[in-house]
Design a protein around this ligand. Structure first.
Ligand code: ACO
Length: 428
């Protein structure tokens, strides 16, 4: 592969270096284009051909169905590591040893209180508020209560801000759910594992002893790992670009949560359950909806099938399908919605339309099913996604700051009016 690219434009020739990543990806480095050409820029709405950074965190290959965090396959991590180890790996670049992991967890536990005044802010929201809006606001509000974490630049201060948010964010997630359910707002139990503590904070009833279900905790742990990073997607790019103005970690994360909220991004697993509910309300007729999905005149699409990046299979879906089968089997849940999901999955996997187009159930299909089986309300699904994505956002923000990346400032091609004389109000 050549190490230079040449551009001929308007009688002139420009040369640009071609950079190569560790997985043999290539990019034309056009940093000097505008200055060298006297104003020429590139345009790429949606940035589908534009690399915004060089990153050493996550590698994915959509054609081959590969997803790796810091070089480790998602299959190995989901099977052999727990979520907290994956948090450490993503953020600091290496798997922790026993002492490192213990210290990390202990530092998180020390920070796992949230100022009581934050409850008043939560109280101000109506019960009907969407949990993603509440979570984004609460994350932003945390800034006021933790001013020393606002704009950090040394590695030591970054570390403190990171353990703080890893400690406090699960409390905010739990409070968001508990407010919806009308349950008292509690704190965690620092004798428990990171994910078990999250589960307890979310579900503990005031008048019942919390009982750990190993299978549930394992499924939740795995789901969080599978969602932990996915390189430069919409919310991650948001976190990096907001952070590039040095707005601070919590503000950058709050913006990332807002980006994830969108139905084109993190809202897909919620859309899956809403579709299943609509099918159930329509007499559970899966055949009718399969036909609608295949009908080119009908805009309906089978939610949770197909993927923009993974064109052969979604490696995360393979892992989570196993967990979904296990959770549904072992918990012995009887739920018509879940029966519809299983029916649709079977029909689609045997249907020529779906097989020919390589449309398989994606991670959102199975994660929606598991969350439902675990008793998590549909509106909270995207919040669970945010909880999983938190270490990825943090890792990307930290990398951006440590690399000293410049403030994000895309350009545009102006297509509006040319200069024109002002017309006063009564002359218009
Ligand atoms: N149901 C029915 N047909 C589908 C579906 C679906 N879910 N997905 C794709 N197709 C069809 C398309 O109509 C197209 O058919 P054609 O070749 O006859 O025209 C063919 O499969 C290829 O589809 P594309 O639209 O080219 O695939 P694209 O990469 O643009 O879209 C997407 C991927 C948006 C995920 C799509 O599959 C979809 O809408 N799925 C349902 C929504 C969903 O689950 N989204 C979350 C996925 S996670 C993510 O991508 C962020």
């Amino acid at each position: 592969m050549a190490d230079k690219a040449t551009l001929h434009y308007d009688g002139k020739t420009y040369e640009f270096p071609v950079i190569e990543g560790t997985e043999n990806e290539h990019a034309i480095d056009i940093k000097t284009l505008r200055a060298a050409s006297g104003g020429l820029i590139t345009i790429d709405p949606g940035y589908k051909n534009t690399g915004s950074c060089e990153s050493a965190i996550t590698f994915l290959d959509g054609e081959k169905g590969i997803l790796r965090y810091r070089g480790y396959s998602i299959e190995d991590l989901a099977e052999k590591a727990d979520f907290l180890e994956v948090c450490y790996l993503l953020i600091f670049g290496e798997l922790p040893n026993v002492e490192e992991l213990e210290k990390f967890h202990s530092d998180i536990k020390t920070e796992s209180h949230v100022d009581e005044e934050m409850k008043k802010i939560l109280d101000g929201f109506p019960k009907s508020a969407h949990p993603m809006g509440v979570l984004s606001s609460l994350t932003s509000a945390l800034i006021a209560f933790n001013p020393s974490s606002v704009n950090v630049s040394s590695e030591k201060d970054m570390y403190h801000a990171i353990v703080r948010i890893l400690a406090k964010f699960p409390v905010l997630v739990a409070w968001t759910l508990r407010k919806k359910k009308g349950l008292p707002l509690d704190y965690g139990d620092s004798s428990l594992g990171y994910v078990e503590n999250i589960h307890k904070m979310m579900f503990k009833k005031p008048n019942e002893e919390y009982k750990k279900n190993e299978l549930v905790i394992e499924a939740l742990d795995q789901l969080l790992i599978l969602h932990a990073d996915h390189e430069q997607n919409c919310s991650t790019s948001t976190v990096r670009i907001v952070g590039s103005s040095h707005a601070g970690l919590f503000a950058s994360l709050s913006a990332g949560i807002s980006a994830l909220w969108g139905p084109l991004h993190g809202g897909a697993n919620q859309a899956v359950l809403e579709m299943l509910q609509a099918i159930e309300d329509d007499d559970g007729d899966t055949k009718k909806y399969m036909a609608k999905a295949k009908d080119k005149e009908d805009p309906f699409r089978l939610m949770g099938f197909g993927h923009r990046v993974y064109k052969n299979f979604d490696p995360r879906a393979k892992i989570i399908k196993k967990a979904a089968d296990q959770v549904l089997g072992d918990l012995g849940i009887e739920d018509p919605i879940l029966d519809i999901a299983k029916g649709l999955e079977k029909e689609a996997l045997e249907d020529a339309y779906f097989v020919d187009r390589k449309l398989y159930p994606n991670v959102d299909f199975y994660s929606g099913i598991i969350y439902r089986a675990l008793g998590i309300p549909t509106e909270m699904f995207t919040v669970m996604f945010a909880l999983g994505r938190l270490p990825g956002w943090i890792a990307q923000w930290r990398e951006m700051r440590l690399n000293g990346e410049p403030i994000g400032r895309p350009r545009q091609i102006y297509i509006g009016e040319n200069s024109r004389p002002f017309v006063t109000l009564n002359e218009r």
